[in-house]
Design a protein around this ligand. Structure first.
Ligand code: 0D3
Ligand code: CA
Ligand code: ZN
Ligand code: ZN
Length: 476
């Protein structure tokens, strides 16, 4: 737990007078009493400044307060990478002025005592309470991105659950909220997290009195969550100012926000390096005579083919054999951890929709999913559990979905299924098999992949114009 002690205890004014003339202060700098109070409180809280100075013992009985202070100031300066003057210079005071949280820096190893960590690499999380400051989906996206930073660096998997128990429960609360660490109103402490363990272990509380944001105004929920989740996983603070686990919040745009070497080292010391299993997994035998596809789509100038958790990409420039890029889907689409059933792309929107089971993901420029949803939002009957293939024909603004022996036509503008669907594939596409594995549109034709064959369908002529083997798309 990031302990939240009292920020500054009240000092007697007598004490001030006594300490100030013995303090190692900058020669030419006039220290204000409030600076002294700040420094004293700070060093006491974070650097175990001699307990005797905490009590108002007469000054003659404090053996060497200036030496103790100086040493503590040096320690603190060393921690923050400041010049070790032992004096309360303006830089030092500036750092002390930044509010910060809990654990003393002097005991700041990368881990909690006893190195608590999660035993199961699959960790569940639940959002128990949302903030009204942000859209729900932005809250979820912030947490997802923050978790992803850690799961990219170590062999960890995070699974969101919506009810029941979860290892990490995330919530927003203000002031007193059921633990021994009430929040402090706007600013100051932004959040806290419990170290890995049972019960409250791993849980993260965000101060609802802050203004949370997915953008620039207020505190970035993503950035604070990334830090707190580091605590949830077993890391304490780092003195590396570039580390996510540095004790103070600083605004950084999310694109430049990533784990520092120090964070990666910390998490890998606890959990090891990410498993290379996926990457070393065998690629499907693409030139096998029985090879068939799961899904295919065109994204920009690239035709993307999916089989199991593998994908191949080739440019659309030439119709004959050209260079293939291939790899595990997780390499290009990190959030998609399973095989892909169907995919289609709307070039005008610059997004692709990827279907897996009853879920779909929205993918931008083959990067990260930006959101996901249920296939039932499209208006499929509740009996439909998955989609076999999908293709968007921008000339008509329609998307065709193939599932089993049927196909649906979806109107992207009206955002609903066209009436009269589903229809039997056989009825309207008599030249192709009853079932379709994958479909994509290229140069005015629709290519339907079914089993080991690829059918080129000219939708203006409304007929199949060419049949080739499916894997010839992969140069076989
Ligand atoms: C906190 O509230 C940390 C959370 C934190 C730290 C670094 C990056 C993101 C989140 C509690 S474990 N720190 C306080 C803070 O940074 C002291 N407050 C706001 C500020 O602007 N300094
Ligand atoms: Ca606060
Ligand atoms: Zn709390
Ligand atoms: Zn912290």
């Amino acid at each position: 737990m990031e302990l939240l002690g009292l920020w500054i205890s009240v000092l007697g004014s007598l004490m001030f007078a006594e300490i100030s003339w013995t303090l190692p202060i900058d020669q030419d700098q006039q220290l204000r009493p409030e600076d002294l109070e700040l420094a004293e409180g700070y060093l006491r809280r974070f650097y175990n400044l001699d307990d005797r100075s905490r009590h108002r013992v007469p000054v003659r009985r404090i053996r060497s307060p200036p030496a103790v202070m100086e040493e503590k100031i040096r320690e603190m300066q060393n921690f923050f990478g400041l010049r070790e003057t032992g004096h309360l210079d303006s830089h030092t005071l500036e750092v002390m002025r930044e509010p910060r949280c809990g654990v003393p820096d002097v005991e700041n190893f990368s881990f909690y005592p006893g190195k608590p960590k999660w035993k199961n690499p699959t960790i569940t999380y639940m959002i128990a309470k949302y903030t009204p400051d942000m859209k729900r989906e932005d809250v979820e996206k912030s947490f997802r991105s923050a978790l992803k930073m850690w799961s990219d660096a170590a062999p960890l998997r995070f699974i969101k659950v919506n009810h029941g128990k979860a290892d990490i429960v995330l919530s927003f609360a203000r002031r007193t909220h059921g633990d021994f660490f009430p929040f402090d109103g706007p600013r100051g402490v932004l959040a806290h997290a419990f170290q890995p363990g049972e019960g409250m272990g791993g849980d993260v509380h965000f101060d609802e009195d802050e203004t949370w944001t997915a953008g620039r105004q207020g505190y970035s929920l993503f950035a604070v969550a990334a830090h707190e989740l580091g605590h949830s996983l077993g890391l304490t603070h780092s003195k590396d100012p570039s580390a996510i686990m540095y004790p103070n919040y600083r605004y950084r745009s999310s694109t430049q926000y990533s784990l520092s070497k120090d964070d990666v080292l910390g998490i890998q010391t606890l959990y090891g390096k990410p498993s290379k299993k996926e990457e070393t997994q065998q690629a499907p035998k693409k030139c096998d005579p029985n090879f068939s596809f799961d899904a295919a789509t065109v994204i920009g100038n690239v035709i993307v083919f999916f089989k199991n958790r593998y994908m191949w990409m080739r440019t659309t420039w030439t119709t004959y054999w050209n260079r293939l890029t291939e790899g595990h889907s997780s390499t290009y689409l990190p959030s998609i951890g399973s095989h892909v059933d169907a995919a289609y792309d709307i070039p005008a929107k610059g997004v692709a929709y990827i279907f897996t089971g009853h879920k779909y993901w929205v993918v931008e420029q083959l990067k990260m999913k930006s959101r996901s949803g249920s296939i039932h939002e499209y208006g499929f009957s509740s009996k439909i559990r998955q989609i076999d293939a999908a293709v968007h024909v921008s000339e008509y603004g329609k998307t065709f979905f193939f599932t089993g022996e049927f196909y649906y036509r979806y109107d992207e503008r009206k955002r609903r299924m066209d009436p009269g669907f589903p229809r039997l594939i056989q009825t309207d596409w008599p030249e192709i098999p009853r079932r379709v594995d994958a479909v994509f549109k290229l140069h005015g034709s629709i290519f339907l992949l079914s089993g080991i064959k690829s059918y080129q369908y000219d939708y203006r002529q409304k007929r199949v114009v060419k049949i080739i083997s499916a894997n010839s798309w992969l140069g076989c």
